[in-house]
Design a binder for this molecule. Sequence first.
Ligand SMILES: Nc1ncnc2c1ncn2[C@@H]1O[C@H](COP(=O)(O)OP(=O)(O)OP(=O)(O)O)[C@@H](O)[C@H]1O
Length: 234
Amino acid sequence: MESAKNWFRRKSGGSAMDETREEVVSKQTKERVEAAKKYIENHYLQHARILQERRQRRSILEKRLGEKHMSREEKHRIVKQLEKKESEYMRLQRLKTGVEDFEILAQIGKGAFGEVRLCREKTSSQIFAMKKLNKSDMIRRGQVEHVRSERNLLAEIESEFVVKLHCSFQDEEFLYLIMEHLPGGDMMALLSSKGTLTAEEARFYIAETVLAIESIHKHNYIHRHFLQWAHLII
Ligand SMILES: Nc1ncnc2c1ncn2[C@@H]1O[C@H](COP(=O)(O)OP(=O)(O)OP(=O)(O)O)[C@@H](O)[C@H]1O
């Protein structure tokens, strides 16, 4: 039986050009194989990292619960609650949501790594804020870990003082965080519209900020801007 290589050579007139073509084909194939290998490796590394982070979160929670005076049932209930949230998070990851599942309505803000947009989820018609972060920018500025922590924290935390994360996904260029939309604007907008806050208003916003920071500390995270303020105060 004629080999595929001979058949190809016969059909294409068989010449020195074939060798070059074969070389090109095999170079392309090698590159594809490399890319596929990298993809699979990354996939498993990421999976292992997610599992490790999940185990860490559980052991931190168990350690913290061990220090608390609570009934065994109450501790069990809290651990189960974490497990439920973790599974829900994995489920959202598996659903493979993409940017095409959202209709962009307007730009509402700009942060250090990208824009925040108002959007509507096409299936549910729910309104969210979409934070779109440029991945190569993050890598260049060494902020990958910061952004990963932000994403993990938002997914983990349940506090009325911290914005809720609906889901997150990425494409070749960007990382997307789909968050609950907070229509009240930020402190900057408040200060520029009001000029000066009354003592009572200032007390209110500072108290909310302290509660938000307290809730992230409970999850063993520290806010980098808070770290800067602390440096300024000290
Ligand atoms: N969930 C949200 N709902 C409504 N507006 C939001 C929401 N998240 C962000 N914004 C708006 O977008 C702006 C930019 O937000 P973003 O989180 O990107 O930047 P940041 O708060 O300056 O932090 P960073 O230093 O991480 O860039 C905010 O100041 C706010 O006005």
